[in-house]
Design a protein around this ligand. Sequence first.
Ligand code: MCN
Length: 792
Amino acid sequence: MSDTESTHSSQRIDDLERADDGDSEAYTGTSEKRREDAVLLTGRAEYTDDHEPEGTVHLAFVRSEHGHADLEGIDTSAADAMDGVLGAYTWDDIAASSSPGRLPLSGLERDVPAHPVLATDRVRYHGQPIAVVVAEDRYRARDAVEAVEVKYDPLEAVVDPRTAVIDSDAPQLFEDAPDNLAMSAELGDAEATDEAFANADHIVDVDLENNRLIPSALEPRAAIAEYNAEEGFTVTMTSQSPHGHRRKLAHTLGVREGEIRVIVPHVGGGFGHKGHHHPGEAMAAWCARELERPVKWTATRSENYLEGAHGRDHRTTAELALDDDGTIRGLRTEAYACAGGYALGGGARVPGWYGKLLSSQYAIDAIHCTAHSVFTNTAPIHSYRGAGRPESIYVTERLLDIAASELEMDPAELRRKNLISSESFPYETPVGTTYDSGNYEPAMEKALEGIDYESHRNDSDSPTKSDDGRLRGVGIANYVESTGGGFESGLVRVLPDGDVEVYAGTHSHGQGHETTYAQLVADALEVPMDRIHVSEGDTASIPTGTGTFGSRSTIVGGNAIVESAEKVLRKARAFAAAELEVDPDRVDYADGTFSVASDPDATADESVSFETVAETAYGWGVPDGLEPGLEATTFYELEGTAYTFGTHACIVAVDPDTGDVEIERYLAVDDCGERVNPMIVDGQVHGGVAQGIGQARTEQVVYDDDGTLVTNTMDSYGVPRAADIPTIETDETVTPSPLNELGVKGIGEGGTIAAPPAVVNAVCDALEVDHIDMPLTDERVWQRLSDLERDE
Ligand code: MCN
């Protein structure tokens, strides 16, 4: 695949359609229209809340009004007595049942209790579930919630992770987690880093906050659970990982995985938080068993905000050591990362991954990173699009700009000087990460040229500086993104008429797997794409799976299904060989037809079609030595991690009177190896960049000192609006990953990683300041400009 022309968001989709020149051109690498979009765009797609089996009743939560409090009593009697209420339950009911009632917890050093589905005797964050009521309809359920009386004894709260550790008077959330530490992780070589700093000509530093975010998927979390003693549980729910949720539900309910079937219909966005296990789905299932009625729970937007896993929330001090000529010698960071009131799954371990990308695209002699994961009276934190990678790249890319200013060097030149050279791959960084492949300079040069960097930076006559009274700035950010990880299952089944079913353990919630996987399998089997039917989202259709997160579906799921297709084709070849009465290695296959290889005397009937082979495979006369059937399942495990990379660049104009920041241009140059569907890749970049701009400009979760969530609606939490997002221009380079046959890497999170530093670097350039913390709201930028004026 070669480099393509830049595309941008306003380009018509028709232009991107696969050129139909009649040749049997591969589907992979072409911008096939997303086949899933017809139902999504015409409102025919079924989401979890659309599913309502007969007899469904509705569950609503009583949630903590305090950030930190002891529970002195819960009275559900008035709610219980209300018309249409079937039951009201508290932790005492869970404790008296066969279910452990605690969400799974992994990898912590401290012996702290896991998140209970309903609070036991203390609440540790605003919105923590305390009780549930189930009623005939959702309105009565909500009314009944109001009738539950909870007596609290409020406690002092702590919401800032650094304060929670270093302030000896800070309230302690758990007895067995002294200083509120969930865990501390260290990466790199402290001694070597100290030495690098001791010998360096310059040291620059920054103290920064990576602002706390709330994933704002269009569809809130929801679950509907059905139960009967014969078949066990069927839980239809919003999930990024159907098999993962089955495993987690089994843990929380105290049943075997085989007793649960998880079905996941269309999902309206996830961004990480639908991969985690929350009390909602567990309580719906628990109540379904208790009441023997289908129980539905659908979060309101505010509930999603109160208790959906949040993201980021790091306080970091970081230092960079350099020589006079700009050679980077060392990098040192200490981060305090919020875990929330409870650790959710492996969420409290996210800061442990954080340091692994601190090297970004640069050859740095020594790095040392300490990261603390800290309990505070806030909603649990887990992975949100990027999960650790945006936090680390932001630190390094901010330090680079601060260093460039200190050394009076051009920020692009400083980056160029320190890039890991293309001959150095695989490259091991000082924090123990091995980058599989990379060629950083061409992507960076493309971005610089594309954004017209030189004229913005150096041409004093350029009209771009301040011809309309606004302050112009240009910012660039290089990034790497770890993608892949773990195993994935992929099943390919050829039906007797030659149609092909594909099942994967991943679950698309906007990424277009139905199209992408069909492209891959159609190419592997050399059959038309419309004969491929892709399914995800039912634990009954495939033994197990891992799920969609970590930008892993294309690289791990894609390779799993392609390997299964190859196995199927090998078997089909054996059937064809028996039919043609030759050895399998004498059988050629092209475009759906098997024929005898290079036999000059071969006649037309010495060929057999894919359909005929499929029919034979399931028919009465299966040739001797062959088992009937034409299907294969692969559990594909990716050895290592594939590192996507790129450079994003933008131009901003800041109004000095109002602080308004307009992003005048944004260009993303990304390299995710081979692209299966370039249009979807562009879409992924657009979405990620929009979220990254949201973090840079408008999004900030605010808790008050008592631990009350202030930003609990879309009115108060700054999800970016369409007008905040500029036209996003995209371009690419292609450096295949050597770790997998397809040469692909993931792309799902690159935008959220690169956009925050690109935008902040541009605004800092415009204002001629070293650093401003995100989000760069108009008010914050205006304030900074006023402070600068006052200091002059
Ligand atoms: N792709 C490709 N070639 C590649 C890599 C990817 O063509 N080399 C295309 C494929 O069409 C694929 C899509 O890009 O379907 C995304 O692939 P991949 O990078 O493998 O990411 P995943 O499918 O595993 O998706 C996960 C990733 C993550 S971690 C988050 S969070 C996220 C994201 O994707 N959440 C999303 N993108 C999202 N997009 C939407 N619309 N909604 C979300 O919630």
